[in-house]
Design a protein. Structure first.
Length: 492
């Protein structure tokens, strides 16, 4: 067997040649059990490709979803996974260049690319590309936009970072010339460290907000802003870019691009504006003002300023695609939030249990505000899992204390350990956070084990008086269902 010399780091990360999809029949996906990668696998399968993939620890629901589509999963990242001779390999951004499968990929000269490159080449193509970006609200706004376009009979395709409430899926091929993408600012692949959203050739787009996030790849908020500058410059002069009236960074970035801009928000200078906002038992009503002085009343079945803002952005995106005001208002009236976005998992003993994706201080703050509006007379018991690359960093220490201080009681489990060599001085100090919340007068507990955390929360929950909100970027060890099951038992 011929031996291969060891590659340099630069050689390993060299960008591959563009893929010629004309003669592709067999596609292999590395990291296939990620939500986006799994969705891509299914989309390619529906397009008629022979699709297989590899991942570490394939487990439901993605493993069963892929199995149902006839997509075989190889366990781990072994070189032999490529012995079935795929025509193309799609490399997820969780893949490291030193994995045996990645090394074999390069040694065998197999054409390969990233997920955003496949999405752009095979699904966006020459369609009207609608892209929602920003630090927060991308998944919800993308879901809202796709639903409005669907209700307007535009039959959009989409790929979104969460399971949408209205479609029950995070992807759709669609049958029209419109495609909606959630534009992520995270890096693309080990051979492409630029943001994913640069690949999508946006024509109508939003920048919902610009804050510091993804501290594992961005140095500071100015570094994040530069990424969005690059995105704004990709839009054509015939396109449309929506940015918040109140976000100075987003407005500054928008001015650097060629696309005409609409401002969104609650202020008089906003082109897409909400006024006469009122909270009700069923959600929120407001008057939606659109460019051209069109105004229509919206009955949004959601709570919180951030959800109203997301609705404004989605409305503006749809209006830019010539959807009428009445259709927009009607569609917003039947919006369902995506999974893990203030998702009510159940109510037992009069205690609602809510699942939310929040793992950044701003997202936690807005989630708790929304829950407070929805349940104004109840205590909020907030559970938070420190697990993401963002939440594990000390730079957000003060932000988490301020955001979580809005709850009536806070509970932490043991922070997730990762093999990312994060120095101790850069890690969030969970004990300092607990002490800081206690000093501010917020009852707070660190309970490492999930079973014990479940027991304590259930014991302290007051029937018909409390609401439980468990926030994590993962499944939080299934604690939502554990709490619901425990609440069912006669004795706490």
């Amino acid at each position: 067997m011929m031996e291969h010399r060891v590659e340099t780091d630069e050689e390993m990360r060299r960008a591959p040649q563009p893929v010629d999809w004309e003669n592709v029949r067999k596609v292999h996906i590395m990291g296939v059990c990620g939500s986006a990668m799994g969705a891509m696998a299914v989309m390619l399968r529906k397009r008629g490709y022979d699709v297989r993939g590899s991942d570490k620890g394939a487990y439901p629901p993605m493993s069963t979803t892929l199995a149902a589509e006839g997509i075989h999963i190889y366990e781990g990242y072994k070189a032999s996974n490529l012995d079935w001779a795929p025509d193309v390999v799609v490399v997820g951004n969780v893949i490291r260049p030193t994995y045996d499968e990645a090394i074999a990929l390069r040694q065998r000269n197999i054409p390969h690319c990233s997920l955003p490159q496949v999405l752009a080449a095979e699904f966006i193509g020459n369609r009207r590309s609608v892209v929602i970006t920003g630090t927060h609200g991308k998944t919800t706004t993308s879901s809202m936009t796709a639903w409005i376009l669907h209700e307007a009979d535009l039959d959009p395709g989409f790929m979104i970072g969460g399971v949408t409430g209205n479609f029950g899926s995070n992807h759709r091929l669609g049958g029209s010339d419109v495609f909606v993408s959630e534009g992520d600012e995270y890096d693309t692949a080990y051979f492409d460290k630029g943001p994913k959203f640069l690949h999508y050739r946006a024509q109508v787009a939003s920048i919902n907000n610009i804050e510091f996030d993804h501290a594992d790849i961005y140095e500071d908020v100015d570094d994040v802003e530069r990424a969005f500058e690059r995105f704004a410059r990709t839009l054509p002069s015939t396109g449309r870019l929506l940015v918040p009236a109140h976000d100075e960074r987003a407005r500054r970035v928008a001015e650097l691009g060629k696309a005409p801009v609409w401002l969104t928000g609650f202020t008089e200078d906003a082109d897409v504006r909400a006024t006469n906002v009122k909270s009700t038992e069923d959600g929120t009503t407001f008057d939606l003002s659109l460019p051209g002085d069109e105004t229509v009343t919206v009955c949004l079945p959601l709570w919180g300023d951030h959800n109203i803002f997301n609705a404004l952005v989605a409305a503006g995106m749809a209006y830019a695609l010539d959807v009428g005001a009445e259709t927009i208002a009607s569609a917003l009236g039947s919006i369902k939030l995506p999974a893990k976005r203030q998702q009510l998992r159940g109510v037992v003993r009069g205690v609602p249990v809510i699942d939310d994706f929040a793992h950044h201080p701003t997202a936690i703050r807005e989630t708790l505000r929304s829950v407070r509006m929805r349940y104004p007379s109840r205590r909020i018991l907030a559970l938070f899992e420190v697990e993401s690359n963002t939440s594990r960093r000390r730079i957000f220490q003060g932000g988490f204390k301020r955001a979580l201080g809005a709850a009536d009681h806070v509970y932490f489990c043991q922070p997730l350990e990762k093999s990312d060599n994060l120095p101790p001085e850069e890690r969030l100090d969970i004990h300092e956070l607990v002490d800081g919340l206690l000093e501010e007068g917020t009852p707070t507990q660190l309970i490492a084990e999930i079973d014990e955390l479940t027991r304590v929360v259930v014991a302290e929950a007051r029937s018909n008086e409390d609401v439980i909100v468990a926030m994590s970027g993962r499944d939080f060890h299934g604690i939502h269902q554990r709490i619901l099951d425990a609440l069912q038992t006669p004795d706490k």
